[in-house]
Design a binder for this molecule. Structure first.
Ligand SMILES: *Cc1c(COP(=O)(O)O)cnc(C)c1O
Length: 401
């Protein structure tokens, strides 16, 4: 299909060649390997003289379709599908860095990405420095002669901090660094980092890309030269995406635009309602005027996304009571699902960080993260409202006098 069709059309009409049985939906190629025509064909395939699928750890029609589609949506040259979001984050860094190299990263990162940088890479001689998202004037001075990559997450999980990608693209270019962006919260429907100069974009496809809480998956997309190195790394280290999961994720991308519209509409309405709520404080959503990066959000993102954070007044105990009194919202660690989810980051997704580390990225003990789903917005609001009321400390009744 022509590459100049609109986003929604690309998401639906990018398809691998299924001409054999004339299926309308792509079939699932549940096979470990692909047959060679003869010995010479086998040799030529392994020598990269002929393109094609050899073995599902290297490539498979389902993961190829998923990647071709996501790559078009992100506006990148090419990409690699991986078994999880973390294997995408890890492979994108490990394939391109070596002992002695340094990464400059934003401090607000997903918990496991933080563990890779602070616990795993140092034992391999790969160093990192964290830069604060609200102190952009400091970033340039943190670049060292051995810095190779800038890694950021925008909006960040769970702090919803934003980073100016245009500024970062210029900084990366000036110092000849690879700019790698975790675009999980925005998806290409809201934000396309390569338009601002990013060289790599990585995803947890588990979240909004699947969007239905069914599978773990990931992808890394970007400039051809970098993707070729990452493909080599993934092919030989093995975090390949299963054909079934790739089929599901490619199918999910067909509805990404309509789902994101609804996630964002619901989230904005809920954020606006909660912002004035007397039982809550620090309500944060990129498209609320009170967000510290509101102007940037409006410039860089087409919508505000599906995530909201807030604090329930009355501290951690009240916060826990609030979560325990939710009747419809799910208490689970995932996000980007059709179902609205409430999470307490400090005791779950970011529990491996120290209290000090958590506070430095805005994860206060009472912070609640809501991933707004696709239910009717009034039902979501009603559940939140009822749980807030039920968690209210009972006023002491004074008997007599
Ligand atoms: C969930 C998540 C990841 C990790 O993805 P998995 O699919 O769970 O491995 C990475 N980055 C962000 C921002 C995430 O939300």
């Amino acid at each position: 299909m022509s590459e100049n069709k609109h986003f929604e059309t690309q998401a639906i009409r990018t398809q691998s060649d299924n001409s054999l049985q004339r299926e309308h939906a792509s079939p699932i190629y549940m096979t470990s390997s692909f047959v060679f025509e003869d010995a010479e064909h086998a040799r030529a395939m392994f020598a990269d003289e002929i393109e094609g699928n050899i073995y599902t750890r290297f490539s498979n029609p389902n993961s190829n379709e998923f990647i071709e589609k996501l790559s078009r949506l992100e506006g990148t040259d090419d990409g690699v599908a991986t078994a999880s979001g973390m294997s995408a984050m890890f492979s994108g860094m490990a394939a391109l860095l070596q002992s002695g190299d340094h990464i400059l990263a934003s401090r607000s990162l997903f918990g496991s990405t933080h563990q890779i940088l602070t616990q795993i890479f140092p034992t391999w001689g790969i160093e990192h420095t964290y830069a604060d998202v609200d102190k952009t004037e400091e970033w340039e001075s943190l670049i060292r002669p051995n810095t190779r990559m800038i890694f950021v997450e925008t909006p960040s999980n769970p702090g919803l901090d934003l980073i100016d990608l245009e500024w970062l693209g210029r900084l990366a270019k000036k110092h000849d660094l690879i700019l790698n962006v975790d675009n999980c919260f925005a998806t290409p429907y809201l934000q396309r980092p390569v338009e601002y100069g990013a060289h790599l974009v990585c995803h947890s496809a588990t979240k909004f890309i699947d969007g239905q809480g069914r599978t773990i998956g990931g992808a890394i997309l970007g400039d051809q030269e970098l993707i070729d190195k990452i493909r080599f790394f993934v092919r030989h280290t093995g975090p390949a995406l299963s054909p079934f999961n790739a089929w599901m994720l490619s199918k999910s991308l067909e509805t990404l635009p309509v789902r994101m519209e609804k996630h964002c509409d619901n989230a904005l309405r809920i954020a606006e309602y909660l912002e004035g709520h007397e039982e809550l404080s620090a309500v944060k959503y990129p498209f609320l005027k009170s967000h510290p990066n509101y102007e940037l959000a409006k410039r860089q993102m087409t919508h505000g996304g599906g995530l909201i954070t807030f604090e329930v007044k009355g501290g951690i105990e009240r916060g826990r009571k609030f979560l325990d009194n939710l009747r419809m919202l799910s208490l689970t660690a995932n996000l980007g699902d059709t179902r609205t989810i409430a999470t307490h980051p400090a005791s779950t997704t970011h529990s491996k960080l120290s209290e000090e580390e958590r506070c430095s990225v805005g994860i206060t003990p009472g912070l609640v993260r809501i991933s707004v789903g696709l239910e009717n917005v009034n039902d979501i609001l009603e559940d939140i409202e009822n749980a807030l009321r039920a968690s209210k400390p009972v006023a002491k009744v004074v008997v007599g006098s």
